[in-house]
Design a binder for this molecule. Structure first.
Ligand code: FE2
Length: 250
C-alpha cells in the first residue's frame, strides 16, 4: 500500500493519499482546495490514477477539492451518506466499504463533531490504521458546538468505535495544530487529556462545554460550498470572494 500524509498549513488540515501499487488506483481522503495542485502532482509523481475522493465530514474550516479533482481526473466523489450531499457520486455508510484495487477503506460511523461524521479504517493485516477526521485528534478531539455536534455522541463514538480497536492501530487525525502527525489507539486511550482512562461522559461534556472556541472564520462559506462538493455558492458571504478565487484559479 502507498500511503502519504499531506499537510495544508492555513487550516492545519491533513489530507491522506492511499494508493494500490497493484492496480495504480488511489483515494484522497479530505483533500483541500488550497492544495489541489500539490495533490495532483503527488498522484502524477507516484503514477497513480485517482479513483475516489472521500471526505470524513462537511468541513467548516476549508473547502474540499472533490469537485475540482473530479473535473480534471474523472474521480468519483464519495461523501458520508448522512451528510445528504446531492452532488456525491457515492453515499458512504458504515456498512459499505470503499474498495479500490486490493485495499478496503472501512467506514466507522463516529458522530459527535458533526452528526454525519465517518472515520475510515484501513485493515491490512499487521498494518491497521484509522483516519479519524475531526472525531479523535492527537491529545484532543473535534469541537461539538455546531453542525449537529454533540459532546455526548462524540464521547460514545470514541469509546465504542475507536477505543475498542486494537491498541497498536495507528491514528491519523484530520488536523493537528502542534506539528504532530500520528498517534495510536493505545496512546490516546491512556494519554488523551480529554478522554484518558477513567474520564466519564459527564466529565468529558464538562470539558467540551468549557472550551469557548472562536467561530470558524471560513464557516459561512465552507459549509454551503462543501455541500456542493467544494463549489462556491451563488451568494458568497461578504469578504470571502478570495477563497472562491482559489477555487477558480486552483
Ligand atoms: Fe471539522
Amino acid at each position: 500500500m502507498i500511503f502519504r500524509q499531506l499537510f495544508e498549513d492555513s487550516s492545519s488540515t491533513y489530507t491522506y493519499l492511499i494508493g494500490c501499487p497493484e492496480t495504480g488506483k488511489a483515494v484522497l481522503v479530505d483533500p483541500a482546495l488550497e492544495t489541489f495542485d500539490r495533490d495532483l502532482q503527488q498522484l502524477q509523481d507516484l503514477g497513480l490514477e485517482l479513483a475516489y475522493t472521500l471526505d470524513t465530514h462537511i468541513h467548516a474550516d476549508h473547502l474540499t477539492s472533490a469537485l475540482k479533482l473530479k473535473s480534471i481526473t474523472d474521480s468519483k466523489i464519495a461523501m458520508p451518506s448522512k451528510a445528504g450531499v446531492g452532488c456525491a457520486d457515492i453515499q458512504v455508510s458504515e456498512d459499505s466499504p470503499l474498495n479500490f484495487g486490493t485495499i478496503s477503506l472501512n467506514p466507522l460511523f463516529t458522530p459527535g463533531h458533526t452528526d454525519h461524521h465517518l472515520s475510515y479504517l484501513i485493515d491490512q493485516g499487521a498494518n491497521q490504521a484509522v483516519m479519524t477526521g475531526d472525531c479523535l485528534l492527537i491529545d484532543g478531539c473535534g469541537r461539538t458546538d455546531f453542525q449537529g455536534g454533540s459532546s455526548s455522541e462524540l464521547y460514545r463514538s470514541i469509546q465504542t468505535k475507536l477505543f475498542t480497536l486494537p491498541g497498536d492501530t495507528l491514528v491519523y487525525p484530520g488536523h493537528d495544530y502542534h506539528g504532530r502527525s500520528v498517534s495510536s489507539i493505545a496512546q490516546e486511550r491512556t494519554r488523551n487529556p480529554r478522554l484518558k482512562n477513567g474520564t466519564g461522559e459527564d466529565d468529558f461534556i464538562g470539558i467540551m462545554n468549557g472550551l469557548n472556541l472562536a467561530y470558524p472564520k471560513k464557516m459561512d462559506l465552507a459549509v454551503p460550498a462543501n455541500m456542493l462538493c467544494g463549489q462556491c455558492p451563488d451568494d458568497v458571504p461578504e469578504g470571502m470572494d478570495r477563497l472562491c478565487e482559489i477555487g477558480v484559479q486552483g
